[in-house]
Design a protein around this ligand. Structure first.
Ligand code: MN
Length: 241
């Protein structure tokens, strides 16, 4: 097909703009298959536990960078664009370190936002979850203490998790960097029910070096509705029965 001289410069400009990511704004439009999800609340909605400046930096820059970096790896690993994030995690050992860090970062943060809610609408653990937390940890309070303790003890950057393991038990675990319990490279695997980011970027603006204070306040914004749903879905999966 021969393009008219009038159309050609516009087409060329559009192709170059696409290649340079000009169309990838902050509005969730990505220059690849992975997209920064919309936050389920306003950036100031988790205050005072987590302030708007922290959310702006954490979501708008750190999470966005994981998404952008992951999109940048599709050329090296074309199957990334047709593979569910959970399946990428389950086979993370077949990719390189950059995919591990950025796919992990994208998955972990997408989950983290969903697992928090404004303080007035967090709900509480369901009777079924309370029953299982009591059985596993003694009481819900004991669970909270053990989880906070594990989060406080992560050395350097990482995450604390409550997971349902493949044999159906509840377990508190931690991972380094952007690893998570779905990855085939971590010792304790399972379905994440609750996740806490203890990277300094998650709290340093507001709490400086006082990670324990951040962890304590974070409990005020745990979205128990979401945790309950994840728990119900996880116990219903045949593999975990
Ligand atoms: Mn983070």
């Amino acid at each position: 097909m021969k393009l008219s001289p009038f159309i050609k410069p516009f087409l060329l400009a559009a192709v170059v703009a696409l290649a340079n990511g000009v169309f990838a704004g902050d509005d969730g439009v990505a220059n690849g298959p992975f997209v920064l999800p919309e936050l389920p609340y306003e950036k100031d909605a988790l205050a005072p536990a987590i302030d708007a400046d922290t959310m702006e930096l954490h979501y708008g820059r750190h999470h966005k960078a994981y998404v952008d970096n992951l999109n940048g790896k599709v050329a090296d690993f074309p199957d990334l664009s047709s593979t569910a994030l959970e399946d990428i995690m389950a086979n993370i050992s077949t990719y390189d370190e950059v995919v591990r860090n950025n796919a992990g970062g994208h998955y972990n943060h997408s989950l983290f936002w969903e697992l928090m809610a404004p303080p007035a609408s967090t709900g509480e653990p369901s009777p079924e979850l309370i029953y299982r937390l009591d059985k596993a940890f003694g009481s819900v309070d004991d669970f909270r203490k053990a989880f906070s303790d594990a989060a406080s003890k992560v050395f350097g950057a990482g995450w604390a998790w409550l997971i349902l393991t493949e044999d159906g038990s509840l377990l508190i675990t931690t991972t380094a960097n952007q690893d998570n319990p779905l990855m085939d490279v971590v010792p304790a695997r399972g379905t994440p029910l609750l996740a806490l980011d203890v990277w300094e970027h998650a709290y340093y603006l507001q709490y400086q070096n006082k990670r324990a204070d951040y962890v304590e306040r974070w409990w005020d914004v745990v979205n128990w509705h979401a945790v309950n749903e994840r728990f119900e879905a996880a116990v219903a999966m045949p593999a975990t029965e």
